[in-house]
Design a protein around this ligand. Structure first.
Ligand code: NAP
Length: 548
């Protein structure tokens, strides 16, 4: 630890240079980076432990679907060397252990306050500082980094009579820290997105009965997880620098080699063999190493979908159930595809059944269960795997007020406006890496790029004696227009949560960076070349600086 870092640590921490909100993957990296750069920093976290998404989503079956060693941090070779992931796709418990290990290894816990949910964050223009508070704490900070994530506000649909239900119910994204006992119980799982399809096979063998309520089927393919062999561990260590280089520069933050062909460059037999290879390949390779035209040529996509449909029919014994599990309303990649272990196989168990909601919609919940148009079913436990208020959900719930007391929720009533997906005009010194307008892909890589840029900007401000920063409105306008324009061509459909379509009343706006990582890199390069002129920077009168 440097002398500067020691000096920073010895200060009181309710009055800091940087306040980080959220102890997930992004927040931990921001805390590490800000302290490393010599800022005094504190982190507040609503949960009682480290992990963010990986703290809250501790439902049975929760695990990575990006390779563990590509999802973990790359900022320290020593860290990479001293943590051995057990599986190519680690489960929630291992991930949580890893994040705690990181926090302790770098002595970050002393800067963290748990059980501290932010309910108000107000910018004091005269002082150029934020006053951030919640139950039992108030922090004054020059800069606030809301690392609150895009998938952190659980959504439970308003099924009539939901409050009448007397059994146990849980949302996958708000799972209790004490394990839920499913043994011998009648269980409902509502939702068949990435979370639902992980829960189903994980609890099948314990429950008395499992009923899955599906609104839309998804194109699920095998995760193909397995333990990392000692030989693989050794070569991961030996190849760290080249792996880091690839992950830090590749378009989606994965290390998968791209395919060099289009679908119809291959003969029909070759295509079948290639699809078979894809089916047996790990996780996201089904997108990243697939034929290059998969997402752009409808015919190419349809052929892959037909291949998956064939697999579903061959795995699921009951043809009617198999048919319901085959998506009819979207192409592969139009929704975020889930990767599964034993999901389709689970429907062959005698105690598992599927309810097709478009055929027999919800009528209401009762004290004892769920009624659909065909019948009433009784449950001891209902699991809501019904997704999140994506992108803006967390930022909208923290009482954020910027210049002139303007509320962020009002400013973004028609959808978020950002520059680089890290700041918005009128809310100076507030950053939100990994928030709205982050890119699809291996998230920690992209979010880490943003964190590193935020840190670089903070250092620039300090070096030049600036106190306050916000995007120039022109920069924000251009970035937001780029996103909206690209949204029309985005592979994810307008009916997906990427457009906010899953939340009633939410404006339909693309919530990802449609230009992806290359756009982020190129605009950051421009910003540097133009000496950060894309940001408005200013100084606070010395007298006001003391008034905290
Ligand atoms: P999700 O993808 O939004 O899926 C929500 C599910 O609930 C969908 O099947 C949806 O149906 C259903 N649903 C929503 N409202 C409903 C209603 N009113 N009635 C009936 N069904 C309803 O949420 P998620 O599964 O939690 O996944 C969210 C994201 O988290 C994923 O896309 C992924 O990025 C991430 N995730 C990653 C992993 C991993 O493997 N690493 C695991 C879990 C989650 P519709 O499709 O019809 O809307």
């Amino acid at each position: 630890m440097t002398t500067r870092e020691k000096e920073v640590l010895s200060r009181r921490h309710d009055d800091v240079d940087v306040l980080v909100i959220g102890a997930g993957i992004t927040g931990i990296q921001q805390l590490f980076r800000a302290r490393e750069a010599g800022f005094s920093v504190e982190l507040v976290e609503a949960g009682d432990g480290v992990g963010g998404t990986w703290f809250w989503n501790r439902y049975p079956g929760a695990r990575f679907d990006s390779e563990s060693y590509t999802y973990g941090y790359l900022f320290s070779k020593e860290l990479f060397d001293d943590w051995e992931w057990r599986e190519h796709f680690a489960g929630q418990a291992e991930i949580e252990r890893y994040l705690n290990h990181v926090v302790d290894r770098f002595d970050l816990r002393r800067h963290m306050r748990f059980g501290a949910r932010v309910t108000s964050a107000v910018f004091d223009e005269a002082a150029g500082r934020w006053r951030v508070s919640g139950d039992g704490f108030v922090v004054s900070a020059q800069f606030v980094v809301a690392a609150t994530g895009v998938l952190s506000i659980p959504h439970i649909p308003d099924v009539p009579g939901r409050e009448a239900y007397r059994g146990e119910s849980y949302h996958t994204g708000l799972w209790p820290t004490t394990p839920v006992d499913f043994t011998g119980r009648r269980v409902a799982v509502v939702g068949t997105g990435s979370s639902g399809v992980q829960v189903v096979p994980a609890i099948t063998s314990e429950v008395a009965s499992l009923t899955v309520y599906q609104r839309r089927a998804n194109w699920c393919t095998p995760l193909n997880n397995r333990p990392i062999t000692p030989e693989e561990q050794a070569s991961l260590r030996a190849d760290f620098e080249s792996l880091r280089e690839v992950l830090n520069t590749s378009i989606h933050g994965f290390h998968h080699p791209p395919c060099d062909r289009g679908t119809f460059d291959d003969s029909k037999e070759e295509r079948q063999a290639f699809f078979e290879k894809m089916w047996n390949s790990p996780g996201f390779t089904k997108l990243t190493s697939h034929y290059v035209d998969l997402l752009f040529d409808p015919e190419a996509n349809a052929e892959w979908c037909e291949f998956i449909a064939g697999k579903i029919r061959s795995i699921v014994d009951d043809p009617e159930t198999a048919d319901k599990l085959i998506p009819k309303d979207h192409r592969y990649g139009e929704n975020r595809p889930p990767f599964v272990t034993g999901y389709y196989e689970a429907y062959n168990a005698p105690n598992v059944s599927l309810v097709d909601l478009p055929q027999t919609p919800f009528v209401r919940m009762t004290e004892t269960g769920i009624e659909t148009t065909d019948r009433h079913r009784e449950f001891d436990v209902v699991v809501w795997a019904t997704g999140f208020d994506f992108g803006t959900g967390a930022l909208a719930r923290m009482g954020i007020r910027g210049r002139d007391g303007v509320a962020l929720v009002d400013e973004w009533a028609d959808g978020p406006r950002t520059f680089l997906g890290i700041q918005t005009t009128g809310f100076p010194n507030l950053f939100f890496p990994g928030g709205p307008h982050a890119a699809a892909g291996n998230n920690p890589r992209y979010n880490g790029d943003q964190v590193d840029f935020v840190t670089e900007l903070l250092v620039h401000l300090r070096d030049r004696g600036y106190d306050v920063v916000e995007p120039d409105p022109v920069s924000e306008e251009r970035w937001t227009r780029m996103i909206d324009k690209g949204a029309a061509k985005a592979s994810f459909g307008e009916s997906s949560y990427y457009f906010g379509a899953n939340i009633p009343g939410k404006p339909r706006k693309y919530l990802l960076n449609s230009g992806g990582r290359p756009k982020l890199f190129s605009i950051i390069a421009d910003v540097r070349e133009n000496d950060y002129a894309a940001f408005r920077r200013s100084r606070i009168a010395p007298a006001a600086r003391g008034a905290r």
